[in-house]
Ligand binder design. Structure first.
Ligand code: CAA
Length: 285
């Protein structure tokens, strides 16, 4: 099937950059959010990002203008759903809200439309039934910052059809991403499982006073070649998000090792959520 029109639901950190990636990939893209303010903020950020790329000589003006021209915004979910060939849901990580969204999509999206969720914690099987078309549902998991990170995890649920996986993989390729296939739903998929293991060790080392968070981050960068240290990365992702991922994983596995780490719980309780709140493990001015 040919995918030409994409609806991205949710104009938060992930949704807005996923939408811009789709527009840059040549797709006619609608970014939908219930908040007009969130949509306006997303548009302003993406215009400024594009202007920055043009100024750096990494994007030509015509390509930037064409992509921004292909990207529209809407507060109405139904409107964008009726013409979408692919929906990428990047709304808030709440099952009840996602179920409502997928039920609406099932009702209003064209019969051929594929419905993907960007969720890293809710496998698509949880919303597949609500859509009434479980074989056309899967996870399409992007990474933060989505305009930069190349990996997209394409996660099959037990009912996902091969045609759905092929179509989503093709879209990811056209966005210039590296799609990887996760054949079976497992909490954290591939990347968050590996990131969780590194974070857990880093948190334990700091908690036990073995090394400072700065030195642990320096080790990750200069001994292991990671672009960011685990504490810098957790601050970027958001400590509330890290906490939520741990809670969701623990609820699924019941393994005590998956429980949120006390250092994270402490920060979240103090409102120190990372870059977005001005302080996490590090201060941000
Ligand atoms: N949005 C858009 N572009 C951004 C950006 C952002 N927030 N942050 C950086 N960039 C761009 C810059 O514009 C720059 O582009 P050019 O090279 O084309 O000019 C490029 O990224 C590099 O940026 P910087 O030079 O400022 O900084 P850097 O070299 O340190 O790179 C980074 C920044 C790309 C974030 C890099 O540090 C990195 O790869 N970090 C690891 C990120 C990571 O692991 N992400 C996964 C998080 S886990 C997740 O997302 C899953 C989940 O479910 C929670």
């Amino acid at each position: 099937m040919t995918i030409e029109r994409i609806l991205v639901i949710g104009a938060g950190t992930m949704g807005r950059q996923i939408a811009m990636s789709c527009a840059l990939g040549g797709y006619s893209t609608v970014l939908q959010d219930i908040s007009a303010d969130a949509l306006d903020a997303a548009r302003a950020e993406l215009e400024s990002w594009a202007a920055g790329r043009v100024a750096k000589g990494k994007l030509d003006q015509a390509t930037a203008d064409a992509a921004l021209g292909r990207l529209s915004q809407d507060t109405d979910l139904v409107q964008g759903a009726t013409t979408a060939d692919l929906v990428i849901e990047a709304a808030v990580e709440r099952l009840d809200i996602k179920e409502q969204i997928f039920a609406k999509l099932g009702e209003h999206a064209p019969a051929h439309a594929i419905l993907a969720t960007n969720s890293s914690t809710l496998p698509s099987s949880k919303v597949a039934e609500a859509s009434g078309r479980p074989e056309q549902v899967c996870n399409m998991h992007f990474f933060n910052p989505a305009l930069v990170m190349k990996c997209v995890e394409v996660v099959r649920n037990a009912q996902t059809s091969d045609a759905t996986i092929e179509a989503v993989t093709e879209v990811a390729n056209r966005l210039g991403k590296n799609p990887v296939l996760v054949n079976k739903e497992i909490p954290g998929f591939i990347a968050n499982r590996m990131m969780g293991a590194i974070n857990a060790e880093a948190l334990n080392l700091a908690h036990a006073g073995i090394a400072s968070i700065e030195d642990i981050d320096t080790t990750a960068k200069t001994a292991l070649g990671h672009p960011m240290g685990p504490f810098e990365l957790m601050d970027m992702v958001g400590l509330d998000v890290i906490d939520f991922i741990a809670q969701a994983t623990y609820a699924e596995t019941g393994d005590a090792a998956d429980q949120p780490h006390p250092l994270i719980t402490e920060k979240v309780a103090a409102g120190k959520l990372g870059r977005k709140s001005g302080e996490g493990f590090y201060p941000y001015s």
